[in-house]
Design a protein around this ligand. Structure first.
Ligand SMILES: Cc1ncc(COP(=O)(O)OP(=O)(O)O)c(N)n1
Ligand SMILES: Cc1nc(C(=O)O)sc1CCOP(=O)(O)O
Length: 537
């Protein structure tokens, strides 16, 4: 019977010496990876003779043991016993869990592979110390791998695992599935890690199950810079809290909290990279500047990675997008995802044509968008409801559903994508799938000035980039302040129509910079009551 053990699966390095760059040696490479932040190591040498495997294992263990980093052996219990290392990882063709436990004793770590529900049930009945779930994506490192799970498959397997009882009388008690640590494996690299971490939560189960880490072979073993790569893996795993953890935090939608969101924009002055439609570029840049953030427009893939390194936000608006632009859109989101930067996706006209539908599903299916913002028909089209017929890019009032119907669709998309959905309309809806915030504000002039809908994406991106640990509240604050500013601007004495309103609107947004100061004295108290206009559901 297994006993509780302490080990950290955050960045799990699984070795393969055949992938090492020229001149590198295995022990040195692993030590560099540990310096970068690898937390546990598995020696996986599929083609090595037993004697060499043991020799290498001893040499590696001598290096890892003083650092307190556990060393596990892949498949071979005999090698693990000879090396005397901390444990073993076995699959379903290897020595059984029960035999491995008998041979290794109660104190050693034993991990099992899980690719499907049947293996999950067996692993739960055995009560192993952790599970390696995969393959997440197709990988050349394990040519005989099972069909890739993808993030949706991983999520549903984790969800199933969370319901499994542990073996009777073990320390796992009756809830093995919610307690056993799980790592994902297969095709994980720095480009998809952010996506993997966010989308690996199983929200349906009340004891939400999420990953304890990721296991990686080629992205570390084949890199000439294992220390740097591991630093990046570790930073992303540590900094991107699983959604379940963030959702369980208290959500504070108060006036003071909203003000702090805009204060942080001024203090941090985040860069907001825009790939947006030609009609709104100028206005979106001015809106971004008014808040105190820094806009940049670029559609050249060769600079996306450098732009993302500035740690700002990305606005991806497909208003005037083309089929040829699809790889460019995807490259921008992937660069943002790789740096953990927030992405606001505006699937303009997603319900209008098959090209737009295709582009939207390509972006959402292959990347992580922190926020998807659209009108009712756009959100429904992104969700995959084929019967949505949008006329042009505007919302179609004739096709509008009830508020409850809209909330249901917005929540369903947020739950599926593990993100935040903003459904704009007479009442703007912001939801992360469980919390819902309604904002009933704005002014009719918004519909008379082109770019006002799209530029909300710029405000959300600036607020997210400046408040990365408060994404839901930042999105609510952005939506509420934007429509409140529209109303306040329309009430100014020198506003007579859309043109003068547009100028006043920018001025009103600009006033948010002063919300750090004593508002009543300044005479700009409109933001003081923002949160009071928000209805929480
Ligand atoms: C952490 C982790 N998870 C899964 C595996 C796969 O193990 P297995 O099914 O035994 O396949 P091989 O590694 O032997 O090809 C793993 N090694 N590590
Ligand atoms: C060792 C292993 N096990 C897998 C599983 O699905 O159980 S996938 C895999 C290889 C992972 O290598 P890379 O990080 O290079 O894709």
């Amino acid at each position: 019977m297994s006993s509780p053990k302490k080990f950290d699966l955050s960045v799990y390095l699984v070795t393969d010496s055949s992938l090492l760059p020229p001149g590198a040696t295995l022990v040195d490479h692993v030590l560099k990876a540990i310096r970068g932040g690898a937390t546990i190591v598995q020696l996986r040498e599929k083609k090595m003779a037993t004697r060499d495997f043991i020799k290498l294992g001893r040499e590696l263990h001598e290096a890892t043991k003083p650092l307190g980093v556990p060393l596990l052996i892949n498949d071979r219990v005999d090698v693990a016993v000879a090396v005397g290392c901390e444990g073993i990882h076995v699959g379903w063709d290897d020595c059984s869990y029960e035999d491995a436990r008998k041979l290794l004793g109660d104190d050693k770590i034993i991990g099992l592979s899980v690719s499907n529900k049947e293996q999950a049930e067996k692993a739960a009945a055995a009560g192993c110390d952790y599970i390696g779930v995969g393959p997440l994506y197709a990988t050349k490192t394990k040519p005989d791998h099972s069909p890739p799970l993808g993030t949706q498959g991983l999520r549903s397997l984790l969800e199933y695992i969370a319901t499994l009882p542990g073996p009777e009388g073990s320390h796992w008690g009756g809830a093995w599935g919610t307690k056993v640590p799980a790592v994902a494996i297969g095709g994980i690299n720095l480009d998809n890690l952010h996506h993997v971490m966010y989308q690996s939560v199983s929200p349906q189960h009340e004891n939400k199950k999420y990953l304890s880490g990721i296991a990686v072979v080629s992205a570390i073993m084949a890199s000439p810079e294992p220390e740097e790569v591991c630093k990046k893996f570790r930073k992303m795993v540590d900094e991107v809290p699983p959604f379940a953890v963030r959702q369980s935090l208290y959500i504070e939608l108060g006036n003071a909290k909203f003000k702090s969101i805009f204060q942080n924009v001024v203090i941090n002055r985040p860069i907001v990279h825009h790939i947006t439609n030609n009609v709104v570029k100028n206005f979106s840049a001015n809106v971004t500047l008014a808040l105190g953030a820094s806009p940049i427009m670029s559609e050249d893939m060769s600079e996306f990675s450098e732009l993302a390194a500035f740690k700002g936000g990305l606005v991806l608006n497909m208003g005037t997008s083309t089929r040829e632009a699809q790889p460019m859109l995807l490259a921008a989101v992937k660069a943002a995802n790789a740096h953990g930067n927030p992405v606001v996706f505006d699937p303009v006209g997603a319900g209008a044509t098959s090209l737009r539908r295709e582009t939207a599903s390509m972006v959402v299916g292959n990347s992580f968008c922190d926020v998807i913002k659209g009108n009712e028909q756009e959100i429904m089209a992104v969700y995959g409801l084929d019967n949505v017929k949008q006329r042009g890019v505007d919302s179609d009032p004739a096709a509008a559903g009830s508020l409850e119907h809209k909330i249901t669709h917005a929540k369903a998309l947020a739950v599926r994508e593990r993100n935040i959905v903003v459904m704009t309309g007479n009442v703007d809806i912001v939801t992360d799938g469980s919390n819902v915030c309604l904002c009933n504000d704005g002014h009719g002039f918004m519909g008379d000035v082109t770019g006002t809908g799209c530029s909300l994406g710029s405000v959300i991106a600036a607020c997210l980039a400046a408040n990365p640990l408060d994404k839901f509240v930042a999105t609510c604050a952005a939506v509420c302040a934007y429509s409140a500013a529209a109303r306040v601007a329309a009430g100014k004495k020198d506003v007579h129509g859309p043109a003068s309103w547009q100028v006043a609107f920018l001025d009103t947004l600009y006033q948010l910079r002063h919300c750090r100061e004593d508002a009543p004295q300044k005479g700009y108290p409109w933001w003081e009551s923002l949160a009071e206009r928000v209805e929480k559901r």
